[in-house]
Write a protein that binds this ligand. Structure first.
Ligand code: FE2
Ligand code: FE2
Length: 197
């Protein structure tokens, strides 16, 4: 059977299209967060966008390995709400959960039924990652809605992502005393990469 006409080929192409769009939606959301003086959310979106790019790359490689040159697909893809980071985060949680619960498991099963073990495993592995994306966006979305991005009930360590200055308290300083960066650069140290507790 020509690979082009398999369900797996359609699934790979749909997954590639979806990942490309997720990558772009998060890149645009990152730019919006930057304009809104929220480098913390800018970095959360950029971090995730980079991972979506890698997913797209993995799906592209799989299609290339099968010699696929084109495949027509129809699909419905989301449009983000305008200029509203909380609404964008909420939409992102839904899209990521939909991929994790429904879209990728169905793709994995189709690939498995057609005997494509590598592709089936890839869909399952990426479904798990999308679940972690949903969890991350949900956590930051909740903080944004509740006004706790830069506030915590108990004293905690905050890190300025611009210069690395550490501050212990219930809130990070409005302006970093070392580099002058706005509060939007602050992150709880426990949520920052590469830092020891
Ligand atoms: Fe992805
Ligand atoms: Fe994702």
């Amino acid at each position: 059977m020509d690979f082009c006409y398999t369900e797996t080929a359609a699934a790979l192409m749909r997954a590639f299209a979806g990942e490309c769009q997720a990558q772009m939606r998060y890149t645009l959301a990152a730019a919006l967060a930057k304009r809104q003086q929220l480098p913390l959310l800018q970095k959360v979106f950029q971090f995730t966008a980079k991972q979506e790019r890698t997913h797209a790359e993995l799906f592209m490689k799989a299609m290339q390995q099968h010699g696929l040159t084109a495949r027509e697909i129809t699909g419905s893809y989301p449009v983000d709400p305008q200029d509203d980071l909380a609404a964008i985060l909420e939409a992102a949680v839904q899209h990521e959960n939909h991929e994790a619960d429904t879209v990728y498991p169905a793709f994995a099963e189709a690939a498995q039924n057609e005997g494509f073990a590598y592709e089936s495993n890839l869909f399952r592995s990426i479904a798990e990652i999308e679940r972690s994306h949903a969890d991350r966006f949900a956590m930051f979305g909740q903080m944004l809605r509740e006004g706790t991005l830069f506030r915590e009930e108990t004293q905690t360590m905050w890190l300025c992502m611009h210069c690395g200055h550490l501050h212990f308290g219930t809130e990070p300083p409005k302006e970093c005393p070392v580099c002058g960066a706005v509060q939007g650069y602050a992150v709880r140290r426990r949520l920052a990469p590469y830092t020891a507790e």
